[in-house]
Design a protein around this ligand. Structure first.
Ligand code: ADP
Length: 613
């Protein structure tokens, strides 16, 4: 092993704490069961009721078997009753048929409940993710979320389905058979049951162990998902820096950990069977000895004893299943509490009750004495004041980390200011509905976001009701129509994951077309041309011009060409505006902008990316 290989474990270990930033709700088994009952089972109570009835019927028919055995032995073999010889097979066939039918119904409806449960949990998790605060979702590694959908949810399903079957069907079977045993001979029944208290104590300990190892294995699975997505996203860098070995070592450590915890779980779970088996063996041995003794010296008949023994033997399988359910149950509860941690996540950015839609006749944006800090650090914006007049183009410039992106985030209400307020056409955006605030703006970023769908769907994203004509118009306005028509399937071409089949400029023009179609009165730009080369930039320039026409624009600018387009340039430093004015005014003033101009922009050949974030 090389020194580099050895790095794996330490890296993975340090990553362990960082990647799972979700706090898992500290929920007891009862809490989780109660929620699953009220939130999932109760709304589906008809199917749940049907399952219960079917399971009860199946259990009851099991309870009838020992009695039939007793009758066979005593009446047919001993008393030679011929009538019963004809009746009994019919009775047995009837009992077995009822049992088969109820088994089928219970299994199907139980599977339905389990699948519905998982579907419901997944939908609710997805809803939370899409409506939750951006800050929280971004802070948590995407792999952790993916893992909740892919790994945690099926564990809940398996546990829930099995638990229902075991606790209800097997539990009832055990109760019926135990009742039958006590009814037949309470002394023998007591002897058979000696092991139960010990089994209970043992199971409780195993359950705690299993819960611990399951929690760890699910967490490791989350880390696995995180590492996988991270590696796939940065594969170019991984290869370029020849870190394949290191990544593989990290991966191996996590996989080994998962195996270790899964084996721990498997060992604890497997130990449940033999121990309950041994304990019931002791009980049955005792019953045979006592029953045999009574047979020789007492008054116990063969039928009585055979019936009793059948009951005892039949109890064994469902009893074992109930015992093993304990293990599954703790797995399910652990996984469910991880899922509830996502579902229960509270948003800070919420809509006020009775919020009205924002009215944007003009598109005037005002930042009034806004202060802001991310919950992880100090003040990012301080007493930030800015007025963007309707139709004006305002550029934010300044060093990386000055807070420019934060200003856009606040305008879109991805976060709320810590102090001060943001007004659009005189209305505090916190008082308006979230969808109307975001609907009033279109956002264009450096790296346009395309979905793995057709070009048409990508343009119509957010304007699903737009017809063919408007889509093509938007594409034309964004100088995208011609290249789209040259694609293999035109507007129906699927763009690939994150638009991988298109060039940077093409992606950007599709994003422009999307914003065109959206036709929002306010445009927020995060230097959408900065990632393009000179040629691509030249092509999108005209498209951008058209897009800016007649809208209020707040943009982050790194390039001179973008900056010059602005009516007002605001120079930001450490979360405040230190200077503002037109390009010429600011140059003449000889302050921060003039300095920036000299260091960054002077000599900027068209397309030469300026320094900055
Ligand atoms: P700019 O866009 O001017 O480069 P940003 O607005 O991105 O600046 O960042 C301003 C400050 O806020 C930086 O110090 C950055 O580290 C911090 N910051 C940005 N986004 C977050 C976030 N989601 N969570 C915590 N801190 C953040």
């Amino acid at each position: 092993m090389t020194a580099r290989d050895k790095e794996g474990p330490t890296i993975a270990a340090s990553q362990e704490t960082g990647s799972d930033t979700l706090t898992v709700a500290d929920m007891s088994t009862m809490d989780v069961m109660r929620r699953l009952f009220w939130e999932i089972l109760w709304p589906n109570r008809r199917i749940a009721g049907l399952t219960l009835v079917a399971m009860a019927l199946s259990a009851a028919t099991s309870g009838a078997v020992p009695f039939l055995m007793q009758v066979v032995a005593d009446e047919v073999f001993v008393a030679k009753n011929e009538v019963l010889l004809y009746l009994l097979p019919v009775a047995i066939i009837a009992v077995m048929s009822v049992r088969g039918a109820s088994d089928w119904v219970s299994k199907v409806s139980d599977a339905w409940l389990g699948n519905t449960l998982v579907a419901d949990l997944r939908i609710r998790m997805f809803d939370t993710l899409t409506s939750a605060d951006l800050a929280w979702v971004q802070r948590t590694h995407s792999g952790r979320f993916v893992s909740a959908f892919v790994n945690d949810a099926p564990v809940v399903d398996r546990a829930a389905a099995k638990t229902m079957t075991s606790l209800v069907k097997d539990g009832l079977t055990v109760i019926f058979l135990t009742a039958a045993m006590f009814y037949m001979d309470w002394r023998l029944a007591l002897i058979v049951s000696v092991g139960i208290p010990f089994a209970y104590l043992y199971l409780r300990r195993q359950r705690q162990r299993i819960s611990g190892s399951v929690r760890r294995s699910l967490k490791e699975s989350g880390d696995l998902g995180s590492l996988l997505t991270q590696t796939l996203q940065s594969l170019r860098v991984v290869k370029a820096y020849r870190q394949e070995g290191r990544e593989a070592a990290r991966f191996r450590v996590i996989v080994d950990n998962i195996v270790r915890y899964l084996m721990k779980t498997a060992r604890s779970r497997a130990a449940v069977g033999p121990v309950t088996e041994a304990l019931s063996g002791v009980g049955i041995a005792g019953a045979i000895f006592y029953g045999g003794w009574q047979g020789i010296y007492g008054s116990v008949t063969v039928g009585h004893f055979a019936g009793f023994l059948t009951a005892a033997m039949l109890t064994y399988q469902p009893l074992r299943s109930v015992a093993q359910t304990q293990a599954l149950l703790s797995e399910g509860v652990t996984a469910a509490s991880r899922i509830f941690a996502i579902i229960d996540h509270a948003s800070y950015v919420t809509e006020k009750p009775g919020a009205e839609p924002l009215k944007v006749p003009q598109g005037r944006i005002v930042f009034e004495n806004v202060g802001f800090s991310y919950d992880t650090g100090g003040a990012v914006l301080r007493e930030f004041d800015l007025v963007v007049e309707p139709g004006a183009k305002v550029a934010l410039v300044g060093p990386s980390g000055a807070g420019k992106s934060t200003v856009l985030n606040l305008a879109l209400r991805f976060f709320d200011p810590t102090s001060g307020r943001i007004l659009i056409d005189g209305q505090d955006i916190r008082e308006a509905t979230l969808s109307s605030v975001r609907g009033a703006m279109a956002l264009l970023t450096q790296d346009p976001v395309l979905f793995d769908d057709t070009v048409r769907a990508n343009i119509a994203y957010g304007s699903e009701d737009a017809g063919e004509r408007r889509i093509v118009e938007a594409a034309r306005a964004a100088a995208a129509h011609d290249f789209i028509m040259r694609l293999p399937q035109g507007y129906e071409t699927v763009v690939g994951e994150a638009g991988s089949r298109l060039s940077g400029g093409e992606k950007q023009r599709i994003a422009f077309a999307r914003a065109m179609l959206r036709d929002a009165p306010i445009l927020l730009l995060d230097e959408p041309t900065s990632a393009l080369d000179a040629e691509a930039e030249a092509k999108v320039q005209t498209a951008l011009e058209g897009l800016l026409q007649g809208r209020t624009v707040l943009m982050i600018a790194h390039r001179l060409s973008t900056v010059k387009r602005a009516d007002v340039i605001c120079v930001m430093e450490s979360g405040s505006i230190v200077e503002h004015g037109t390009h010429e005014e600011l140059l003449a003033r000889g302050g921060a902008y003039a300095k920036m101009f000299r260091t960054q922009f002077v000599g900027e050949a068209p397309g030469l990316a300026a320094a900055g974030s």
